[in-house]
Ligand binder design. Structure first.
Ligand SMILES: [Zn+2]
Length: 136
């Protein structure tokens, strides 16, 4: 006879050989899933972002360096993914975004600002010369 008073219990937790592996459940169908699985075997829900391939890493670093604020979108995605490789990529996107902003500010101050200042100076001098020619 089944004991009707006892609520259905999931399998009793087994003494884990590797205590750092925490059993997980799918957030969609709530079935237990093996740690480290990227998709739920029951409903196919994506559980983790796959660690980025070399090409994906190159693309993410490129975006972080040359399109600064957009790299931070990947930061969030990869830091959330959980595995060590993805986390490293996430941290790298923050570093590269900061480097990119610093270099952009430096480039602006070192090259573009003097160029504009020089150009406006020339224009002012030219105007003054023309005004002087007309005796104004
Ligand atoms: Zn599922």
């Amino acid at each position: 006879m089944l004991n009707q008073n006892q609520p259905m219990q999931p399998l009793a937790p087994q003494p884990a050989a590797t205590p750092e592996i925490i059993p997980e459940t799918c957030p969609v169908c709530h079935r237990p899933v093996a740690p480290g699985e990227y998709f739920c075997p029951n409903c196919g829900h994506e559980l983790h972002l796959k660690p980025p391939s070399a090409l994906q890493q190159a693309w993410v670093y490129f975006v972080s360096l040359f399109l600064p604020p957009f790299g931070l979108w990947y930061t969030w995605r990869y830091l959330k993914a959980g595995d060590k490789k993805s986390k490293t990529v996430g941290i790298m996107t923050i570093i590269l975004t900061i480097v990119s902003v610093i270099v952009s500010v430096w480039l602006w101050q070192a090259l573009i600002q003097p160029f504009i200042a020089n150009y406006t100076n020339q224009q002012n001098q030219l105007l003054n010369q023309q005004l002087n020619q007309f005796g104004l």
